[in-house]
Design a protein around this ligand. Structure first.
Ligand SMILES: [Zn+2]
Length: 146
């Protein structure tokens, strides 16, 4: 495994523009922002993804993201709305495998594009999907298929 850039930043060995730091998280500006003020909230503990992030980490990044969101709206940077996103896994677009929550200032005409097929799914298929997820939540994945 290579060096984790976020761990390097947290350790002070790599540069970042820090907007917030506490015992649990560090929040920095994305060096390739979707819009100016695009923040990454990063837990100090190295966890790759959601499966490794316990509720304490979740609470810490959520608390920081809410504070940062309010600060962005008050900052003077253009921010009329905020989009939170978290990519868990390469297929989801995760690029750094140290969990991080994006806090993106949004405004009309900001050029940010979030796209998908958005095709309507039938109620039957929605109910089948829901059954699979409920089974997995109950610890019995796949049983609803039979
Ligand atoms: Zn790391």
């Amino acid at each position: 495994m290579g060096v984790c850039i976020f761990c390097e930043i947290i350790a002070g060995r790599a540069k970042a523009s820090v907007v917030h730091a506490d015992d649990s998280v560090v929040a920095i500006l994305d060096h390739k922002p979707a819009t100016a003020g695009h923040v990454l909230v990063i837990p100090r503990t190295h966890v790759a993804g959601l499966a490794d992030a316990d509720d304490a980490i979740g609470t810490a990044i959520w608390r920081a993201a809410r504070r940062v969101s309010a600060a962005l709206r008050a900052s003077g940077l253009r921010c009329e709305g905020v989009r939170l996103s978290l990519a868990d896994g390469e297929a989801a677009g995760q690029d750094v495998f140290h969990l991080h929550l994006h806090v993106v200032p949004r405004y009309p005409g900001d050029g940010v594009v979030v796209t998908a097929d958005w095709k309507k799914r039938s109620r039957d298929l929605l109910d089948q999907d829901a059954a699979l997820i409920r089974e997995a939540l109950a610890g019995h994945p796949g049983q609803a298929r039979s």
